[in-house]
Design a protein around this ligand. Structure first.
Ligand SMILES: Cc1cc2nc3c(=O)[nH]c(=O)nc-3n(C[C@H](O)[C@H](O)[C@H](O)COP(=O)(O)OP(=O)(O)OC[C@H]3O[C@@H](n4cnc5c(N)ncnc54)[C@H](O)[C@@H]3O)c2cc1C
Length: 436
């Protein structure tokens, strides 16, 4: 019997467990360890609450989680409750699937002003992540600025723009729903340094903005290259640009506006004790399609800035780390003999949920090849349990998670699938049915 510890219960963690099962069958015991008492990483805390069909992928992970040779070990933080050398002592292989939960810093003058928030924090707030449940973002000004031209920027804009009714069927947490209903934001600026042909936004997410009850997207027609150039784009990108052209051609006027501010490079954030404006430099593209400043500056008044400019993996003591790219130093998923990484902790924060699947299979193949020689003398889960019990760590099992999930469903508002617990204590209490 071989023992493998997977650290992180997001997509990369579960795909790795699934791949190990396929490679090693009954000859492996897998412990999926997570710092939170609830599984699934960004499926629960990143994917937008109004995208329930995407969140439903967790049902597939549930199948893996319920198999006899896989165990969820929640509420255990690697680096705090147990170290990597200790795990490597106990398991034949350790896979880091810890994601990239830290916001890349917005390195601008004034970016430390209250009201400048990273997307990990903002998204975590509306999704009920315990680290950000008490964020209380300022929604009292007329305008907000979102920095970035990817799908996360679109998620944030859509969440700021939707009405209470439009969240029906979602699992947005009550504190965010109430705050958003009171929000005074009427203009949402999405700032991108380059133009419509350089976005990293997918057609489905862009198209949604054209169907909002109370908000209309707006693009300046002057920002587009000649229409004939669209033919050179790959099909997905062409569809996205078609949406932008439709937004530019539409004269729909609604209570709220989502402005796509292209060729707009934020250079400073200003305000007296809090965000009051973003200073932007107009840009143009050079021959290599990089943005270059034109020297022309203007101000966008706003009371909230959400930066959606990427994420990084938190380092763990003793694990080699690539600072520039914000991920573990690895060669095709191998950090060192017996220690591997997958998903965003391996590649950095790019790609969709499915992009993480091949990582799991690649690492599982490598682990299986390594296991072909010799047998295991490791203690695996018995050793982990003894060590954590000695440290007074309160482990959450998958059965406990199912009780938490049932308690969330039981207290759901009408029309929502669940009302998430947002604090670790509440989650732990719900195991006993106390909060149900
Ligand atoms: C805002 C946002 C929206 C997204 N929307 C979509 C979408 O609509 N569709 C789509 O396909 N993709 C979407 N993605 C991308 C998708 O979420 C990622 O591809 C995927 O979650 C990455 O998986 P992962 O397992 O590497 O990391 P994660 O999902 O982040 O999982 C990491 C896990 O590790 C745990 N962990 C971290 N550190 C430790 C530690 N020290 N000890 C123990 N546990 C630890 C965390 O608690 C977490 O559970 C979105 C991403 C973001 C940020």
């Amino acid at each position: 019997m071989r023992h493998v510890a997977v650290i992180g219960s997001g997509p990369a963690g579960y795909y790795s467990a699934e791949a190990l099962q396929k490679e090693l069958g009954e000859d492996v015991r897998i412990d999926i360890i997570d710092r939170l008492p609830v599984p699934y990483g960004l499926i629960r805390f990143g994917v937008a609450p109004d995208h329930q069909s995407i969140k439903a992928v967790s049902r597939r992970y549930e199948k893996v989680a319920l198999s006899d040779n896989v165990r969820f070990v929640g509420n255990v933080m690697v680096g705090r409750d147990i170290s990597i050398p200790e795990l490597m002592e106990l398991y034949d292989a350790v896979i880091l699937a810890t994601g990239a939960p830290l916001d890349r810093p917005l390195e601008l003058p004034g970016s430390d002003l209250p009201g400048v928030i990273g997307s990990a924090a903002f998204v975590g707030w509306y999704n009920g992540h315990p680290d950000f449940a008490d964020l209380d973002p300022p929604l009292g000004a007329e305008a907000a600025a979102i920095i970035g031209n990817g799908n996360v920027a679109l998620d944030v804009a859509r969440i700021l723009a939707k009405t209470r009714k439009e969240f029906e069927g979602s699992d947005i947490v009550a504190h965010a729903l109430d705050a958003l209903e009171q929000s005074r934001i009427r203009t949402i600026h999405i700032l991108g340094r380059r133009g419509p042909h350089q976005i990293a936004m997918t057609p489905k997410e862009l198209g949604e903005l054209g169907h909002l009850e109370d908000a209309a997207p707006n693009v300046d027609p002057a920002d587009f290259p000649p229409e004939g150039d669209d033919a050179l784009l790959e099909p997905g990108m062409r569809k996205s640009v078609t949406h932008l052209r439709d937004f530019a051609a539409s004269n729909a006027a609604k209570r709220k506006t989502i402005n796509f501010d292209f060729f707009a490079m934020p250079v400073a954030i200003e305000g007296d004790g809090k965000v009051e404006r973003v200073i932007v430099e107009r840009t143009m593209l050079d021959a290599e399609l990089r943005s270059v400043g034109t020297g022309e500056r203007y101000a966008i008044d706003c009371g909230l800035v959400v930066s959606c400019i990427g994420y990084k993996t938190p380092p763990i003591e003793g694990v080699p780390y690539e600072h520039g790219r914000g991920r573990f130093a690895n060669s095709e998923g191998v950090i060192q003999d017996g220690l591997y990484c997958v998903g965003w902790a391996r590649r950095g924060p790019t790609g969709t949920i499915g992009t993480n699947r091949p990582d799991g299979f690649e690492v599982a193949e490598k682990i299986a090849a390594r296991f072909r020689d010799g047998t295991s003398a490791k203690f695996g889960r018995a050793g982990l349990d003894a060590l954590l019990e000695g440290r007074g760590v309160d482990i959450v099992t998958f059965r406990d998670w199912q009780k938490i999930e049932a308690a969330e469903a039981a207290r759901a508002r009408a029309g929502s699938p669940r009302e998430k617990f947002t604090h670790i204590d509440e989650m732990l209490d719900a195991r006993g049915g106390a909060a149900g």
